[in-house]
Ligand binder design. Structure first.
Ligand code: ZN
Length: 138
């Protein structure tokens, strides 16, 4: 069995942003040379997510509105976590959007359903953060 690991780094200028990272994960898969197996992609931070959904701008605005209803950023004082930080909302948003995805690899390709794309969800940006890509198989 072959094993491949790479870290992708992101430096998001805004507090929140969704980025389609499918091309970067595809590059990892090509670099790995693995044709059959599994690809894990996970955020390495507790205020960011990796998830799979549609790359459609209306849906992305819906995610933003929905997450702000569930866990509004402000007022910061509403969160017990915000004693020394202001990112209580980002921890909650990350939890609901998920930590990682696993995608099957078939015939050297990410084996997606229709319209599936991999996203990095940043909820407390303005600093460098990373995503782990781990691919195993043969
Ligand atoms: Zn925190």
């Amino acid at each position: 069995m072959k094993s491949y690991k790479k870290e992708l780094w992101f430096d998001i200028k805004k507090r929140r942003e969704l980025i389609n990272i499918t091309p970067e994960v595809d590059d990892c898969l090509i670099e790995s040379g693995i044709k059959e197996g599994l690809c894990l992609v996970n955020a390495m931070h507790i205020t960011a997510s990796v998830f799979i959904n549609d790359d459609e701008s209306g849906l992305h605005r819906d995610f933003e509105r929905w997450l702000e209803k569930l866990a509004p950023e402000k007022p910061y004082s509403q969160y017990d976590h915000n004693g020394y930080e202001d990112n209580g909302d980002a921890h909650l948003k990350r939890t609901i959007m998920g930590r990682e995805v696993v995608v099957a690899i078939t015939n050297g390709k990410l084996d997606f359903g229709p319209w599936e794309q991999i996203f990095y969800g940043e909820f407390d940006g303005k600093r460098r953060k990373r995503v782990l890509v781990k691919i195993i198989g043969e």
